[in-house]
Design a protein around this ligand. Sequence first.
Ligand SMILES: NC(=O)c1ccc[n+]([C@@H]2O[C@H](COP(=O)([O-])OP(=O)(O)OC[C@H]3O[C@@H](n4cnc5c(N)ncnc54)[C@H](OP(=O)(O)O)[C@@H]3O)[C@@H](O)[C@H]2O)c1
Length: 345
Amino acid sequence: MPANNSHRLIRTVLVGLGSVNRNLLDILASKKERLLNEYGLEFRVVCIADSSGVAMDSLGYDPATLRQEKAAGKRVSDMRGYNRSLRVTDVIEDQACDLVMEASPVNLEHGDPGLAITRAALSNGISVVLANKAPLVLAFHELHQLARDNDCKLGFSATVCGGLPVVNIGRRDLVAADIELLRGIFNSTCNFILDEMATGRSYEDALLEAQRRGIAEADPALDVEGWDTANKLSIIANSILGMSVTLEDIKVSGITALTQDFVMAEKEQGRRVKLVATAHEGKLSVGPVSLPDSDFLANCDGWEMGVEIHSDIYGKMYHKLWEREPIPTAASMLRDAVNILADKR
Ligand SMILES: NC(=O)c1ccc[n+]([C@@H]2O[C@H](COP(=O)([O-])OP(=O)(O)OC[C@H]3O[C@@H](n4cnc5c(N)ncnc54)[C@H](OP(=O)(O)O)[C@@H]3O)[C@@H](O)[C@H]2O)c1
């Protein structure tokens, strides 16, 4: 890529400093020169938030140091710039930032803190990149309207299958397509557990490994009961299938009722049990399906996620991704940020 001679300082807020945003900090540190040279962007992390509170330093936090400190168990309330009464929304309302990158836990009841922060940022003309699905699941169309009204952007490619650009393919590359069928494996925690169960490993043991690798949700019930997959399907339906849906429009079942004997017996018969999301003829569902070994989704193994899209003018597409730790998810947040900032140049 040719050198970029512009230099834009992007005062960035990180909400959540867990698996995803810690990987984002790593990427911001390791790709700093590249982002400056190729895109003319300097991301300065000026505000950070975790469950202990919010800290602000307009001179910025060094990403590598912050990552190390957080990984070593330090909390935001122990860090420079912490202010007990400060809220992320104060930083937004003071126009003390240019971008919010939101990766706090999913809360499907009220959506917060992600939903309130996203509303505040977009209302103030500040673009947001989400890894957290809850704001979109609860208020997809409202948030997009806010972004349009206030001339800013909402990036969310990381919310669906981490690094797999399902949303981008659907929105950018399937121009004028009618999508006739979309089915996919969108939750690598379930996919890993089911594959391991097929080889005789226990459900509990496999779930523990997914948690240790930072792939499982903070509340793993969201994964194994199918809700994480349903969240992603609702985002896909609203963003690329031209639908207007909520979770109530999706028939959902998870993997908790499956026994190891059943999963192993299916494998012996040449079938693979997978948690599959399907959109077909206006109906949306999530549930376990026994697929023949020859099926594309049956061959999305372990840490892979995949999507199959049949449309009227682009044929049948098959995409998959291997993601064992959420580095590609963090990279997708960066991708969204760079694309948003390039558009708003
Ligand atoms: N992990 C993945 O593979 C993946 C992939 C795609 C999308 N996502 C989504 O990305 C988001 C983050 O995932 P993660 O794996 O990084 O989760 P995580 O490891 O559990 O980290 C969550 C972070 O949010 C912080 N937090 C909790 N309550 C908060 C509050 N009220 N205000 C500000 N911060 C708060 C936590 O603080 P403490 O550090 O103090 O606990 C923690 O730093 C989730 O919404 C998830 O669904 C994750």
